[in-house]
Ligand binder design. Structure first.
Ligand code: R5P
Length: 336
């Protein structure tokens, strides 16, 4: 390992997902940073850093989950507090980046909120961003600071590799998800099928138009970046059943599970749903089919490498067989 460019590493968390921050600290064998983050009765967020962070290498863990807008404000105010306390460097660790679907002006008079959010994080004073499976990789370009985007998909692939499912086809929920699904299919040595999906309006409804590829008589593994209302995946599962798929598995990085998604999924024809803990899942949303893999070792390893100035890219270049034999840190990703 190279020498650290900054003084000691400090991990802090807002109120979005302290369990994940604790798991990252435990991977790194470092103490959890002390910081008060709370709302006054007028809903103004207040932050007070209780540790000395002068010249320290600070990492703030805050996925932008429900309540999304409050968690965004917490992150921005924490960054500001760290900078004003003379932190040497501040990295925003945002395992789930909200507003990722507002990434282009695809209708007249609409905002590009993913870009606005990037501007806010930078203006608050973040020096770097560490994130996981952005909705669209191009969001990296909304930042003028370095962005490290990790992927959970190879960790998830390894889980399915160990299950050794025969006669498997990997299915992308739409054309946009096909690159991700292709990477999973490649690492599982399985063919790829793609669902042609159409969103009807700005509401959460989506409609399946067609399935491209052979699926009849096969087991399907549906891959997506997130499950929000669940309509995409449930429509996909029902269509695949109609097309003669025998068993349906589902993998996604971010279990947003908004509204009644959990209830709908529990009743859907899905054998197993594999997700990560980039987003906390409350007990009532813990559907029987769900298996949660921890993203903490992957994020912990990336933090350690950022701190010591060693390559984060190497996390994505590991030989897949070697990757299978080491802890969840060594996932392999192929971009393109
Ligand atoms: C959309 O482009 C995404 O990749 C997901 O398919 C989408 O976010 C899932 O949303 P929902 O669960 O509400 O259908």
């Amino acid at each position: 390992m190279e020498a650290a460019a900054y003084q000691d590493l400090r991990i802090f968390s807002g109120n979005a997902h302290p369990d994940l921050a604790r798991a990252i600290c435990s991977y790194l064998q470092t103490a959890f940073g002390a910081c008060e983050v709370f709302e006054f009765s007028n809903e103004n967020v207040f932050v007070r850093v209780q540790d000395n962070v002068r010249q320290r290498d600070v990492f703030i863990v805050q996925p932008l989950v429900s309540p999304v807008n409050t968690n965004i404000m917490e992150l921005l105010i924490m960054i500001d507090a760290m900078k004003r306390a003379s932190a040497g460097r501040v990295t925003a660790v945002v395992p789930y980046y909200a507003y990722g679907r507002s990434d282009k002006k695809d209708q007249p008079r609409v905002p590009i909120t993913a870009r606005l959010l990037a501007n806010l994080i930078e203006t608050a004073g973040a020096d770097r961003l560490l994130t996981v499976d952005l909705h669209a990789g191009q969001i990296q370009g909304f930042f003028n600071i370095p962005v490290d985007e990790l992927t959970a998909l190879f960790m998830i692939s390894r889980y399915f590799k160990d299950m050794d499912l025969k006669n498997l086809v990997v299915v992308a929920t739409d054309i946009g998800a096909s690159k991700r699904a292709r990477n999973v299919a490649q690492s599982l040595n399985a063919p790829l099928a793609i669902i042609e999906k159409r969103r009807l309006d700005n509401d959460d409804e989506s409609q399946v138009l067609n399935v491209i590829g052979e699926v009849e008589g096969m087991r399907a593994l549906i891959v997506d970046d997130e499950i929000d209302t669940g309509t995409t995946i449930i429509n996909a599962a029902e269509t695949l059943k109609d097309r003669g798929v025998t068993d349906i598995y589902m993998a996604c990085t971010h279990p947003v599970l908004s509204g009644s998604a959990a209830e709908l999924l529990a009743a859907a024809p899905i054998k197993q749903l594999v997700v990560t803990d980039t987003i906390p899942i409350s007990a009532e949303k813990h559907v029987p089919q769900i298996e949660v893999l921890s993203i903490a070792p992957l994020i912990g390893e990336a933090i350690s490498r950022i701190h010591t100035g060693s390559s984060v890219g190497e996390l994505f270049r590991m030989d897949p067989d070697l990757a299978a034999s080491v802890p969840q840190t060594m996932a392999r990703a192929e971009r393109g």
